[in-house]
Ligand binder design. Structure first.
Ligand code: SAH
Length: 392
């Protein structure tokens, strides 16, 4: 089948030849042909001279107008294509973790732009983020059946990013059934996730290594897990022999955390409320902790929010610092793609200073290895963490 061609402006092919998986609107030669394409249709990517470079999908509604699926001309985007990419993704994870609970496909990082798959054993949660991936879903589904053959597949197509692609939001169980919370194992802790109504896919697998980092220091310590969701950090800290206090505004997330605490035979304290207000309250009550960690939602959603987002991280660090015992530790994370590590560290250190404390950095962390970075999409990993030792 001949695909419609998408021609790159003169000079714009170098990035693609070097492996760049995105083509921006301004890099494309305007054509009446492209204007007729439905969002997400496959295109043959060519130089201005007509030399074929590869295959991608095009959506005029998105500023990333084309995402590259294969940097090889005439690649068929079919069952075999997806089966090969899924096997590669599976192979990468096979060597990482003892249990089948992880992010199986991380979009461009696994050469499948617009696709996220989180694996909870025999259950997969799939998120189609682009019109291109949505059009390819029937073929992709066939390949998932062949390579993974899960008992249950949930489509969590309820991410805001879909609107920018002209897609509607919905949640569907497309195979099997889900009638209870789903169990998962990570760092020898049993967690529970609500894969239908929980945030994102129901679980944040990206924090796995950071949770282990905190748990390793938690024995005999008082740990407060701010923005705890369902106890990702707090439960392993309790299991490691610390006392864990969880703070979150979501009653659902905290209820799940309590149920999971029972499964792990640990007890935890849960405080439901706005994290900023709760931190102020705890400080007023004179409650101190040996380890304070804060993993807020993304404060920087786009480039224009960088300044206000940084103020958010500064405030989190300032209020969190007030709860840290002298010589205690503070861990702050940012899942904002647009926040650079330097700016984030600066914001956290500004917060520490404004709290009247001093600190030095013990560790700087990022997302777990099942969230591979695409080498051409910047050195900035979206998830950044900084662990500080307070000097006094
Ligand atoms: N640390 C968690 C993930 C945190 S995600 C883990 O390891 O899994 C961010 C969490 O912040 C969500 O659970 C959300 O409910 C919560 N949240 C967002 N805004 C909040 C606020 N103002 N106060 C308290 N919690 C908030």
């Amino acid at each position: 089948m001949t695909l419609p061609s998408l021609r790159l402006n003169k000079g714009c092919e170098t990035a693609m030849r070097r492996g760049m998986p995105w083509i921006m609107t301004h890099e494309i030669v305007p054509s009446s042909n492209l204007a007729l394409l439905a969002p997400g249709e496959l295109v043959s990517i060519e130089t201005v001279r007509g030399e074929l470079l590869g295959v991608g999908y095009y959506n005029a509604l998105s500023h990333i107008a084309c995402r590259v699926l294969a940097a090889k001309p005439n690649t068929a985007i079919d069952h075999a294509f997806f089966a090969t990419r899924l096997r590669e993704a599976l192979h990468k994870r096979d060597t990482l973790y003892p249990d089948p609970y992880y992010r199986l496909v991380h979009s461009e990082g696994d050469n499948l732009p617009g696709l996220l798959i989180d694996r909870f054993g025999e259950l997969l949660v799939v998120q189609l983020g682009t019109a291109g991936m949505e059009r390819l879903w029937p073929v992709l589904l066939g390949a998932i059946e062949e390579v993974i053959s899960p008992t249950t597949i949930v489509l969590r197509n309820d991410t805001g990013a879909r609107e920018r692609e002209g897609l509607v939001q919905n949640v569907q169980v497309v195979k099997g059934s889900v009638d209870a919370l789903v169990k998962l194992r990570e760092n020898n802790v049993t967690y529970l996730a609500d894969v239908l109504k929980g945030q994102k896919t129901g679980w944040f697998f990206d924090q796995r290594d950071n949770r282990a980092l905190i748990a390793a220091r938690a024995k005999g310590k008082r740990v407060v897990d701010i923005f705890s969701h369902s106890g990702g950090f707090g439960l392993p800290a309790a299991k490691a022999g610390g006392t864990a206090t969880l703070v979150d505004s979501s009653a659902l997330a905290l209820d799940i955390a309590q149920q999971a605490a029972g499964l792990n035979e640990v007890s935890i304290e849960c405080i439901k409320g706005d994290a900023f207000a709760v931190m102020e309250q705890l400080a007023k009550q004179g409650r101190y902790f040996d380890i304070v960690l804060a993993d807020p939602p993304a404060f920087v959603k786009s480039r224009k929010d960088i300044a206000s987002g940084m103020k958010g991280y500064e405030k989190v660090a300032r209020l969190a610092c007030a709860l840290v015992e002298p010589l205690g530790e503070l861990f702050v994370a940012s899942c904002s793609h647009h926040a650079s590590r330097g700016a984030f560290n600066q914001a956290v250190m500004d917060g520490v200073r404004k709290a009247g404390r001093k600190a030095h950095i013990i560790a700087q962390t990022s997302a777990a290895a099942d969230h591979p970075n695409h080498p051409m999409l910047g050195q900035n990993t979206y998830l950044k963490g900084v662990l500080l030792k307070l000097d006094d």
